[in-house]
Design a binder for this molecule. Structure first.
Ligand SMILES: [Cu+2]
Length: 203
């Protein structure tokens, strides 16, 4: 069962239709048309003109088709866009340069936090597992993946109401590890990609 076009604007519909929308970039609305859509089998290409004097910083993008935005965003379809610092900027300290791209990218660490499966809080929500079945995305493929902290398969874990389906992922992973040497300097870029928040969420 796929949600039909006649469903209300802000209910779940068009789960296989997508587009892209950025946050924070100073770009033309012509490059940033949230009304265009890529239907199943279709494609879109985007080209953004970042002006020379654009502020450096950490920005992000996510899908923006009304009806499928939340589902796709919380399924991992989002990412960072980084406008690097101007190397000749007199305000940029040597210390910051030493941990930043383009020359020291290994110290420039991007962390994206998402409550990937937060469907229980959404009106007319679908559970992630049943939604994947509905769009024929083969939830059975996840049956062999074991969630280390529980010993359960991923399919069983996300299908279990007791979990509240409310864990955050970090860069799409559950509780990943980052090793840093004592005294080592790193630059962290942190972003949270979600629209709703619940007190029951665990990290
Ligand atoms: Cu947005």
């Amino acid at each position: 069962m796929l949600p039909e076009k006649t469903d209300p604007l802000n209910s779940l519909r068009f789960p296989n239709t997508t587009n892209m929308h950025t946050h924070g970039l100073h770009i033309s609305p012509k490059e940033e048309d949230v009304v265009v859509e890529a239907r199943p089998g279709g494609d879109l290409s985007y080209e953004y003109n970042i002006e020379e004097n654009h502020p450096s910083g950490t920005f992000w993008f996510h899908p923006h088709v009304h009806g499928s935005t939340l589902f796709q965003l919380h399924s991992g379809m989002a990412g960072m866009i980084i406008v690097e610092d101007e190397e000749t900027d007199p305000g940029l300290s040597q210390q910051l340069k030493s941990v930043s791209c383009p020359f020291n990218c290994e110290h420039d660490i991007q962390l994206i936090f998402q409550p990937t499966l937060l469907y229980s809080n959404v009106k007319n929500a679908y559970k992630f597992a049943s939604m994947q079945d509905d769009i024929e995305d083969g939830i059975d493929n996840l049956a062999n993946y074991i969630v280390a902290s529980t010993g359960k398969t991923f399919k069983d874990w996300i299908s279990d109401d007791a979990n509240g389906i409310s864990y955050f992922t970090t860069n799409g992973q559950l509780k990943p590890t980052l090793n840093i040497m004592t005294g080592q300097l790193k630059r962290f870029r942190l972003s949270k990609f979600f629209e709703k928040f619940s007190n029951s969420q665990k990290t």
